[in-house]
Design a protein around this ligand. Structure first.
Ligand SMILES: C[S@@+](CC[C@H](N)C(=O)[O-])C[C@H]1O[C@@H](n2cnc3c(N)ncnc32)[C@H](O)[C@@H]1O
Length: 235
């Protein structure tokens, strides 16, 4: 039997997933947010879990200094193909295969903005989830922003009945691509707060019901208030 990690990895390698995510239009919250950014060529932005590159390309078109990471080779090949006209010989360095839980190839305080859309809920368990948040905090500048969209409690695509995994706080099984970490708005705010990130606007939940099932998302924008390492302690 395949493990959840294997199931998830294979899911994101499928050509139909690459095509689906590559054809999506850029995220409207990201489009709004970057209107406030000046001197784009001096703003370093990371698209973590970039998939087919819809947001990576949108940002490159607007001259931002863009970096992207995804653990699917197929997704990275597609994003690199689309990014090459903008990044030329920097493509392989800026767009790379990697795990969100280990971003050690980036220095502390490197990014002005991190875009984490539809990715954090893919952490396999609570430990991995908090490890990812710690990594994101580490590579974000003080006063840097982190744009998040995550599936939340009640998320149930058509034909799926999520089941909470025993002894876990956030992990649910039953989904096509493997387990998901589903947190409420409060839980998400709390986990980020512990890492030194506070809401820059009110975190909110979006629920859509259709024949595709229930899609429940939490949208958030966090700001790094100060480096935890500055004081050497967690909250
Ligand atoms: C729902 S898609 C993300 C969508 C994308 N952010 C967008 O807005 O179009 C999830 C992506 O996360 C990637 N992924 C899954 N687990 C990952 C991990 N541990 N580290 C990095 N990427 C991961 C998958 O390969 C997939 O491309």
């Amino acid at each position: 039997m395949k493990s959840d990690t294997q199931k998830s990895a294979e899911f994101w390698e499928q050509p139909e997933q690459v095509k689906r995510f590559s054809e999506r239009t850029p995220d409207h919250r990201l489009a709004e947010l970057i209107k406030k950014f000046h001197s784009p060529e001096r703003k370093k932005i990371l698209d973590v879990g970039c998939a087919g590159g819809r947001n990576t390309i949108f940002l490159l078109e607007r001259s931002f200094d863009v970096w992207a990471v995804d653990n699917s080779g197929a997704m990275i090949r597609e994003t690199r193909r689309r990014a090459r006209p903008y990044l030329a010989d920097k493509t392989a360095e800026h767009i790379r295969v990697g795990q969100m839980q280990d971003l050690s190839f980036f220095k502390n305080g490197f990014f002005d903005l991190i875009v984490a859309l539809g990715i954090l809920h893919l952490a396999k368990n609570e430990n991995e989830f908090v490890t990812v948040l710690a990594e994101l905090e580490r590579i974000l500048k003080v006063k840097g922003l982190l744009l998040v969209s995550n599936f939340s409690r009640g998320h149930a695509p058509k034909g799926v009945t999520p089941i909470k995994v025993r002894n876990s706080k956030y992990v649910f099984s039953g989904f096509d691509g493997g387990n998901l970490c589903l947190l409420t708005e409060k839980q998400l705010d709390k986990e980020f707060y512990k890492k030194g990130l506070e809401p820059a606007e009110k975190t909110y939940r979006v629920k859509k019901e259709s024949e595709e099932g229930k899609r429940v998302t939490v949208n958030a924008l966090y700001k790094k208030v100060k480096g935890l390492n500055d004081e050497g302690q967690n909250r």
